[in-house]
Design a protein around this ligand. Structure first.
Ligand SMILES: *[C@@H]1O[C@H](CO)[C@@H](O)[C@H](O)[C@H]1NC(C)=O
Ligand SMILES: *[C@@H]1O[C@H](CO)[C@@H](O)[C@H](O)[C@H]1NC(C)=O
Ligand SMILES: *[C@@H]1O[C@H](CO)[C@@H](O)[C@H](O)[C@H]1NC(C)=O
Ligand SMILES: *[C@@H]1O[C@H](CO)[C@@H](O)[C@H](O)[C@H]1NC(C)=O
Length: 350
């Protein structure tokens, strides 16, 4: 009897030890620095012990944590945001992340300006890099289940991605994927556009005084035309003003990560215009414009880069051809102002 109690105690004790399995697994998977990162912060330790993170993206030892912004709205330290962002709520095996068009992974980071929703990262199976000498599977760990010849990318802030190096390492609360770097914390739209050199888009935002509004409006899906798109098209023949051009590239109150854009889906933009998603092979089009970079996770939504100015399905009224006023929008003030000015001008001319 006594011995069976001892055995029971032993079993209970060992199951308690197993409950700390994540740390052991990280230490045995070339991610002991990430184990230390978690253990050094009581809030992160508690978060990871709570079982909320069923999939953990652990940066491999030697990964340099991206520099964190000094000024943040959040009260929690940036380290806690980073740790929360590396943990994902649901169990996501390598195989499930590899199914086109990719998976939207809800993290434990709820500090974004996206209506209380958790920030997400997104896998992109159509954009794999081949294994290279410095990113091959470690000999003492299994490569992902199955016969994969390439590395799967997970996209985060600024459109940066990490590669999964070792996948599907079980711990008692789920799975660890070891990745070759930290996720990049999401930043506002203008910072993201600036980091990727989209100066024409930023100039349009600046000249219409919309930069701050675009950075602070929650839950936006933004299509950013690249500089070539601006130089190739006569934007003023499509949109009456910079502000209507910008609002014609924004879907309000929608987190349109790429896997959430289904073929044939119609979305109404902030300008009141409609855009239709068309998928051809692995290419995504928004009306005439092709998405050439996707899933740039924003503090306040998500951005995709397009190669053309989006031409609305129904043309917008151009100067001196004004007809229907736009529908309700977050940027209405600017657009209504523009239309009103046009009507006023037209009235004077008539
Ligand atoms: C937009 O305005 C900001 C702040 O005034 C400035 O730093 C930035 O260089 C401007 N960008 C462009 C492309 O004009
Ligand atoms: C730009 O917008 C801000 C409010 O968002 C306003 O205070 C400022 O006066 C505006 N500047 C111009 C030049 O319109
Ligand atoms: C652009 O379009 C506007 C309006 O259709 C037109 O007045 C202007 O001449 C065009 N500019 C160029 C460079 O084609
Ligand atoms: C946008 O599409 C909806 C249906 O999805 C339609 O009811 C509406 O009239 C369209 N608006 C424009 C401006 O074409």
């Amino acid at each position: 009897m006594f011995s069976s109690i001892v055995i029971l105690c032993f079993v209970l004790t060992s199951s308690v030890v197993q409950a700390a399995g994540l740390i052991e697994v990280l230490q045995n998977s070339d991610a002991s620095e990430y184990a230390n990162f978690i253990q050094s912060d009581p809030t992160l330790s508690a978060l990871y012990s709570s079982g909320q993170a069923q999939t953990v993206f652990a940066p491999i030892d030697g990964s340099v944590q991206p520099s964190l912004r000094k000024v943040r709205r959040q009260t929690s330290p940036a380290q806690e945001q980073q740790g929360s962002f590396q943990g994902v709520q649901r169990l996501n095996s390598y195989a499930s992340l590899s199914i086109p068009p990719g998976a939207i992974l809800k993290s434990l980071d709820k500090s974004g300006n996206i209506g209380g929703n958790p920030q997400s990262v997104v896998s992109n199976p159509s954009d794999k890099t081949q294994s290279s000498a410095n990113k091959r599977w470690a000999s003492h760990l299994s490569p992902p289940n199955g016969n994969y010849s390439s590395l799967l990318k997970i996209y985060s802030g600024l459109g940066n991605f990490v590669n999964i190096i070792y996948a599907d390492i079980p711990f008692d609360g789920g799975l660890v994927h070891v990745v070759d770097g930290y996720f990049t914390l999401p930043q506002p739209l203008s910072t993201t556009a600036s980091a990727n050199g989209h100066t024409s888009f930023l100039s349009a935002a600046n000249s219409s005084n919309l930069t701050s509004s675009l950075d602070n409006t929650p839950s936006l899906t933004v299509f950013i035309p690249n500089n070539g798109a601006f130089s190739q098209s006569n934007a003023s023949s499509i949109y009456p003003s910079s502000s209507s051009l910008l609002s014609g590239h924004i879907i309000p109150n929608f987190l349109g990560y790429l896997p959430a854009l289904s073929n044939g889906a119609i979305f109404t933009t902030t300008a009141g215009t409609n855009v239709t998603i068309t998928i051809k092979g692995s290419d995504y089009y928004v009306n005439n414009a092709k998405i050439i970079a996707s899933n740039q996770i924003l503090e306040n939504g998500v951005a995709h880069v397009v190669d053309a100015i989006i031409e609305p399905s129904t043309p917008l009224p151009l100067p001196f051809e004004a007809s229907a006023p736009p529908t309700k929008t977050i940027l209405t003030a600017f657009l209504v102002g523009t239309i009103a000015a046009l009507w006023f001008a037209a009235g004077i001319i008539i």
